[in-house]
Design a protein around this ligand. Structure first.
Ligand SMILES: Cc1cc2nc3c(=O)[nH]c(=O)nc-3n(C[C@H](O)[C@H](O)[C@H](O)COP(=O)(O)OP(=O)(O)OC[C@H]3O[C@@H](n4cnc5c(N)ncnc54)[C@H](O)[C@@H]3O)c2cc1C
Length: 448
């Protein structure tokens, strides 16, 4: 089936945000009695889930130091839980486990989670944390942990599996999704700033409203729209920063252990929660005995993963130190020739597991030697930008926070239909020149 010559809502990208937006938009249009044959069209240059969503670790959590991010995740976690089967979501829980440096901030997160009725347990103090962890995982041995935040309704999903779930929900709701169609240009007519059509590898298609949900490829559309490649951010004293690149990239290293995920149960016979540890404890290589981290914060995460049939996880990402135009986004993810987990990552991640649980002593022997991870495109403050430009172009740029954001499509579709979302309001582009930035945590992760 060829692409139509026109449609109402044209969405670029069949990752989590493009498909979630298509699904929710169709549902809303249908409720209003306004859903027609080509109301909602999604164009995907390769295949559904071939972008960042398809290589994501799949972790879904609320733990964020920024109140606005917590409200956003609270909304999204409700979407995950309400559609758990269709979206492969496993609400096994999520544990954020910390050394003393993180305790105060984590306590604030917990208090604010209570205010929004997000269910979590918070444990403080070295002895109580140790007992809590050992009651759940008897071989727990990470030292100097002084706070644990345990979210009960968080968890993980399959990466490709969940996106295929969104795909089916979008199709069933009435969206048209075309794979193998690359958008090559955006066209405006009559001298107006708005976009009236897009050029694709399969011909031209007119649209009333465009949604760019292109994940790490967002920069291409930003450039075509002639939006600024640099921004200055207003500082608390009223002055502005130097020019900062609007888009830059980070690489995420992730790995897997060749083990049966079903054989890992907590002491009460349940599936493991997702485990995330941030600490400045000294980390010694479980393989060579050499120091990996000393007197610095480091962090990592892992989960028995029934979809990948292994234990899967990763550690803090690193900045790609290049001008954004020199970063090779393609070939993407596991096909990248440049961005793959290093031997240092393998040693760090497996040693960190042995640092936490006795049974992982020597687990580097089970590390799967394979490609993994991927790169993400981030904004100057590393938080999402959800905004409308040039009258009819909505850009969803999640700054690589986004597998967990199953609900963005619900909120964005509300705005596309003329509403305003209080949850999205703190994520406008104008926050840079207004100096309305989000608070920053002490976590070694840019996403906490
Ligand atoms: C290794 C890794 C692990 C991650 N783990 C997690 C995690 O555990 N939890 C979490 O919350 N987030 C995680 N993330 C972040 C998350 O994956 C992304 O934030 C999210 O998937 C972005 O979704 P998206 O829909 O914006 O983009 P994508 O999923 O990348 O979808 C964009 C789509 O647009 C298509 N496209 C691009 N250009 C064009 C064009 N010109 N024409 C047509 N189509 C086009 C692409 O092919 C792609 O399929 C991880 C990211 C990486 C890289």
């Amino acid at each position: 089936m060829g692409i139509p010559t026109n449609c109402e809502y044209l969405i670029i990208g069949a990752g989590i945000h493009g498909l979630s937006t298509a699904w929710h938009l169709c549902q809303k249009l249908s409720k209003k009695g306004q859903l027609k044959e080509n109301s909602v069209v999604v164009l995907e240059k390769t295949k559904v889930a071939d972008g960042a969503s398809g290589v994501a670790c799949g972790i879904v959590r609320n733990n964020y130091y920024q109140p606005a991010m917590r409200r956003l995740m609270d909304h999204s976690i409700k979407v995950w839980n309400a559609n758990a089967d269709a979206l492969t979501f496993k609400p096994v829980g999520y544990m954020q486990i910390n050394s003393e440096l993180m305790r105060e901030g984590m306590s604030e997160v917990y208090e604010q989670q209570k205010e929004i009725n997000f269910e979590s347990t918070f444990i403080e103090g070295k002895d109580d944390c140790d007992k809590y962890m050992k009651d759940l995982l008897p071989d727990w041995q990470a030292e100097d942990i002084t706070s644990v935040l345990h979210e009960k309704n968080s968890g993980y999903g399959a990466n490709r599996g969940a996106i295929e779930g969104f795909y089916k929900l979008a199709l069933n709701a009435g969206a048209k999704v075309f794979e193998g169609v690359e958008v090559t240009n955006l066209l405006s007519s009559n001298g107006s700033g708005s976009i009236s059509a897009v050029e694709t590898s399969e011909g031209k298609i007119e649209c009333t409203q465009l949604v760019v949900a292109a994940g790490p490829w967002v920069r291409k559309f930003w450039e075509i729209l002639e939006l600024p490649n640099t921004v200055k951010i207003k500082k608390p004293d009223g002055t502005f920063t130097e020019d900062l690149q609007m888009w830059s990239y980070m690489a995420l290293e992730e790995g897997e252990l060749e083990v049966d995920p079903h054989s890992f149960k907590t002491s009460n016979g349940k599936e493991y929660p997702v485990i995330h540890v941030d600490t400045e404890a000294t980390l010694i290589s479980n393989k060579t005995g050499e120091v990996i981290h000393e007197n610095e914060m480091w962090g990592f995460y892992y989960k028995p993963d029934v979809y990948r049939n292994c234990i899967q996880g990763g550690s803090s990402p690193y900045d790609i130190q290049k001008s954004n135009k020199d970063v090779a986004v393609d070939p993407y993810g596991h096909n990248s020739l440049e961005f793959q987990p290093t031997a240092f990552f393998e040693d760090k991640w497996t040693s960190a597991m042995a640092f936490c649980q006795k049974q992982f002593d020597g687990c580097h022997g089970k590390y799967r030697k394979q490609k993994g991870g991927g790169i993400g495109c981030v904004t100057p403050d590393r938080f999402p930008v959800f905004d409308q430009y040039k009258e009819n172009v909505y850009i969803i740029a999640d700054a690589n926070h986004g597998y967990k954001m199953a609900g963005i499509g619900d909120l964005v579709s509300e705005e596309l239909l003329g509403g305003k979302s209080d949850i999205l309001e703190p994520f406008r582009f104008s926050r840079y020149e207004e100096g309305k930035l989000h608070p920053v945590s002490k976590s070694p992760f840019p996403w906490s």
